[in-house]
Design a protein around this ligand. Structure first.
Ligand SMILES: NC(=O)CC[C@H](N)C(=O)O
Length: 231
């Protein structure tokens, strides 16, 4: 089993993801440069956070048009699991692999802070090891993390069980105060209709070891690895 960690010019969470996959979880993973056009040899893909191409135009807009994204789409169509974290989530919406868009935070500054997330569904390759309603402590670090989708899209995401994480307070309530960026319905992460593509703004790789203050994010990667083994 091998996981591809995609690298664009300006990615900056790539090595953190690699560390978690290889050193913390003992998985086989490697960095793959954005010019790569064939990802057939990989069983899963992670698109890490960062500032790909300086966030010019819109965060993720240029990365979405690089050669590797055609191969990411091909692998997603084949049912392989794909996770986009923060800038990776932005790349996935810009590529059309996920619905909606990430817009500028309602308070238009870069925000880097711990958040609480509620697990809304365990019926995905990325959350099977959680329990529904689990409250996780996972930090955010972004300026364009304000999730937007129109009403019909929000309704269908809800109906299909595609909303995976919501921003909540420490008691698990999805209040306005707990929403760090103005995301519609406190949405912090969604999956594709087929559920094998996850986008989330918070950084599970920054909450994957106790020494970092939380290891709540680790089960996202462990769930993905288990899903790959069971395919
Ligand atoms: N940490 C990140 O991936 C940041 C994402 C993006 N550059 C933003 O600020 O919105």
């Amino acid at each position: 089993m091998s996981i591809a960690v995609v690298q664009f010019g300006g990615s900056n969470c790539d090595l953190d993801i690699l560390h978690v996959l290889k050193d913390v979880l003992g998985a086989d993973a490697e960095l793959v440069w954005y010019k790569e056009e064939n990802l057939d040899r990989f069983d899963g893909i992670v698109i890490p956070g960062g500032f790909s191409y300086g966030d010019y135009l819109r965060a993720g807009a240029i990365a979405a048009r690089t050669p590797i994204m055609n191969s990411v789409k091909k692998q997603a169509d084949a049912g392989k699991p794909v996770i986009g974290i923060c800038n990776g989530f932005q790349v996935l919406t810009e590529s059309g692999l996920l619905e909606g868009a990430l817009t500028t935070n309602n308070y238009p500054k870069f925000r880097c802070e711990p958040t609480y997330l509620r697990v809304e569904t365990t019926d995905t390759p990325f959350t099977s090891m959680f329990r529904k309603g689990d409250i996780l402590s996972i930090p955010i670090a972004h300026m364009e993390g304000n999730y937007y989708a129109d009403e019909p899209t929000l309704a269908s995401l809800e109906r299909n069980g595609q909303v995976v994480f919501r921003y909540v307070d420490r008691n698990g309530n999805a209040t306005d105060e707990a929403n760090p960026n103005g995301s519609r319905e406190n949405i912090a992460g969604i999956v594709s209709k087929r559920k094998n593509v996850l986008g989330m703004m918070p950084h599970p790789e920054r909450a994957s070891e106790e020494v970092l203050g939380s290891s709540d994010g680790l089960k996202v990667f462990r769930s993905m690895l288990e899903y790959i083994s069971s395919r």
